[in-house]
Design a protein around this ligand. Structure first.
Ligand SMILES: Nc1ncnc2c1ncn2[C@@H]1O[C@H](COP(=O)(O)OP(=O)(O)OP(=O)(O)O)[C@@H](O)[C@H]1O
Length: 250
């Protein structure tokens, strides 16, 4: 009897296939994504870079199910979210996708703990207090659970947003310039928290950034230019990234 070794199956956390996104712009059309295909491995930290207007935010919004593509497919784990109804995408997003925005987007009249619980409550789930406390601790907000957003610094507010993105134990966390509104030192601390917590809990992280130093801490960096992938590096260095950005005309 001959035994044939099975080819190991590589499961992607995110798989994009021939993704396009065209926006109407008066009588014309803007092609923000023009056929992007890629695979992101589970647990990886991937940075997305590219010149202004290259399609980074569009890419992130479509990959995270916040916006629909014009054509192509987005798989998160085994689910093709592009074939789901809008309600089903919302439900799927609440369970499997976390998103961190540059502008925190906390609810002003809810406490830190309530803001963090919100994705679970919206999904009709009971907050898991032990898990919530572990998250609050791991993002460095111990003792601040009862504060309101107005009582937080920018860095602390973004830590709340990170805990809120992770509370559902999502398959993937997408972050759009999460340190863009913070000074460099606070930004580095917040990024450490995001990267460290995602790694600790085995979550895949896809982060858009303009900052070569931030991107150099990723496992991989991918470049977008004019709505298309324009190469990338594994274990990138700051120097490689800066050189590539200069070539792309950042
Ligand atoms: N809602 C929209 N309607 C029309 N055009 C849009 C819309 N959103 C984005 N675009 C266009 O799509 C292209 C890509 O925009 P996108 O915001 O994805 O780029 P970006 O790389 O994130 O830019 P930046 O680094 O400046 O934030 C740009 O030409 C932009 O003007």
């Amino acid at each position: 009897m001959t035994s044939i070794a099975a080819t190991p199956r590589v499961d992607s956390a995110v798989r994009l296939a021939q993704l396009t996104k065209t926006y109407p712009n008066g009588p014309e059309q803007v092609a923000a994504l023009r056929g992007v295909s890629l695979d992101i491995q589970p647990g990886a930290f991937t940075a997305i870079m590219g010149p202004s207007g290259s399609g980074k935010s569009t890419f992130l919004n479509v990959a995270a199910g916040l916006d629909t593509p014009t054509s192509g497919h987005v798989h998160i784990g085994d689910t093709d979210i592009t074939t789901l109804s809008p309600d089903a995408v919302t439900r799927f997003r609440r369970r499997h996708i976390g998103f961190v925005f540059q502008a925190y987007n906390l609810i002003g009249h809810l406490t830190v703990a309530e803001n963090i619980q919100l994705p679970l409550l919206l999904d009709g789930r009971r907050p898991d207090v032990r898990w919530q406390d572990a998250l609050i601790e791991s993002v460095g907000l111990a003792g601040m659970a009862d504060r309101l957003p107005t009582e937080l610094s920018g860095g602390q507010a973004q830590r709340v947003a990170i805990a809120r993105a992770l509370v559902t134990r999502p398959t993937v966390v997408f972050a759009d310039e999460p340190t863009g509104a913070l000074d460099r030192r606070t930004g580095e601390q917040v990024l450490d928290v995001l990267r460290g917590t995602a790694k600790h809990f085995g979550q895949t992280l896809v982060l858009v950034t303009h900052d070569p130093y931030v991107a150099a801490t990723a496992d991989d960096v991918l470049f977008l230019a004019d709505g298309q992938l324009a190469g990338g590096f594994v274990a990138p260095t700051t120097a490689q990234i800066v050189e590539r950005l200069v070539e792309l005309g950042r």
